[in-house]
Design a protein around this ligand. Structure first.
Ligand code: NDP
Length: 239
């Protein structure tokens, strides 16, 4: 059955791979990004691309209205958009902290809030939040990012309890290091250091995160909610 799927930050990196996975499975997929452009990888799938800054509630509302008009109410929501502003604590400004939390955590709140009323009414829905291994392990220079990603876990688990009686599942996927623009910014030295701590000895491909997200949105995963699923090559050993 073809569902209405919305992936935030679906124009590149992990979000693009997630959008591709759903589109290839025959779902009606919409993506958001700040440019609103359709990436070439999605062009042949008829994916709807919507311009939306997830820091802006009005833009979120308008983006959902556009998606609902084209594809119907969102049945699968993947809150994937996120940013880093890595810097050690003593040099981290309040803006470095709040802007990362606003995008990664409050951004997820904005889209989940907008999607949830219709899901609750329909008594079905799948919500997947993209966190990070560092949300649970911590990481020097990433206090802002790790706090935002850990926040997603408490957020998801509270919603899993609130929405469970309406058969809506809320889960978190927690990637380790994935080859995207976000990690391309790391130095070769830091990259080697990271890989040396990963039992599988490599970064993940975005598609390897996408397949887990798609599973959580499938009928086979109907009894999984409030879970944090690591896709990290063993880096966090289950955390
Ligand atoms: P990229 O930097 O490649 O892409 C980030 C995506 O988020 C883009 O689509 C971007 O859209 C979107 N985005 C950022 N800020 C906003 C905003 N204010 N409004 C709307 N969209 C926004 O990141 P990745 O693909 O690597 O990461 C995707 C998710 O996975 C993030 O949440 C990240 O924290 C998480 N993650 C990534 C890991 C990695 O190793 N790469 C590891 C663990 C977690 P635009 O093009 O408009 O900027």
């Amino acid at each position: 059955m073809s569902r209405s799927v919305l992936v935030t930050g679906g124009n590149r990196g992990i979000g693009l791979a997630i959008a591709q996975a759903f589109a290839e499975a025959g779902d009606k997929v919409a993506i958001t990004s700040r440019s609103g452009e359709v990436p070439k990888e999605l062009a042949q799938h008829g994916v709807l691309a919507v311009r939306c800054d997830i820091n802006d509630t009005e833009q979120v509302d308008a983006a959902f209205a556009e998606v609902e008009a084209a594809n119907g109410p969102v049945e699968v929501l993947v809150a994937n958009a996120g940013i880093t502003k890595d810097i050690l604590m003593l040099r981290m400004t309040e803006e470095d902290f709040t802007s990362v939390v606003d995008t990664n955590l409050t951004g997820a709140f904005r889209v989940v809030k907008r999607a949830s009323a219709k899901m609750l009414r329909a008594r079905k829905g799948r919500i997947v939040l993209v966190s990070s291994v560092v949300g649970l392990t911590g990481s020097p220079g990433q206090a802002n990012y790790a706090a935002s990603k850990a926040g997603l876990v408490g957020f998801a688990r509270s919603l899993a309890r609130e929405f469970g009686p309406r058969s809506i599942t809320v889960n978190v996927v927690s990637p380790g290091f994935v080859d995207t623009d976000m990690t391309a910014a790391l130095s070769d030295e830091r990259r080697k250091e990271i890989v040396s701590g990963v039992p599988l000895g490599r970064y993940a491909a975005p598609a390897e995160v996408a397949s887990t997200v798609r599973f959580l949105a499938s009928d086979e995963a109907a009894y999984i909610t409030g879970a944090v699923i690591p896709v990290d090559g063993g880096l966090g050993m289950g955390h």
